[in-house]
Write a new protein. Structure first.
Length: 140
């Protein structure tokens, strides 16, 4: 089974826009088609972003709490990684690469160009759509 770290931005999109690759990715994770790895920092960032007032028209605070709790309870939890400055153009993204490496996942899934533009990274970074294409096809 593939293992992945998913950028909080992709997880935000999965909740706020029920169609598209991020939402499909979330649904495929819930269906048990891949293992999602998170850490406290990632979940805190996700929770903080989703609680911003500008997102209330897309999701209530109760929906946000439920969503984050589903991720907290269902994903594999890893400790926050050791700081690894300079892994990406955006220092705020360095922990995602460090987490993906420490957890030895197969992919880091992101929609952020600061991550998707990285080449030769181990594990590789791919978009939500590209990761979906790597999963076993669902039977309809």
């Amino acid at each position: 089974m593939l293992r992945a770290v998913i950028d909080p931005g992709v997880l935000v999109s999965a909740l706020l826009a029920p169609t598209g690759s991020p939402a499909q990715l979330y649904e495929r994770w819930v269906a048990g088609e891949f293992e999602l790895v998170v850490c406290p920092h990632l979940l805190d960032e996700l929770d903080s972003v989703l609680r911003r007032p500008k997102f209330r028209r897309y999701a209530t605070l109760d929906e946000v709490e439920h969503y984050v709790e589903v991720l907290r309870g269902g994903a594999s939890s890893a400790p926050d990684p050791e700081p690894s400055p300079g892994l990406t153009r955006d220092p705020a993204d360095d922990y995602l690469v460090a987490l993906a490496r420490a957890a030895r996942v197969d992919y880091l899934v992101a929609g952020d160009a600061d991550l998707t533009d990285l080449t030769g990274l181990v594990p590789p970074v791919c978009s939500p759509a590209a990761f979906l294409s790597r999963l076993t096809p669902t039977s309809n």
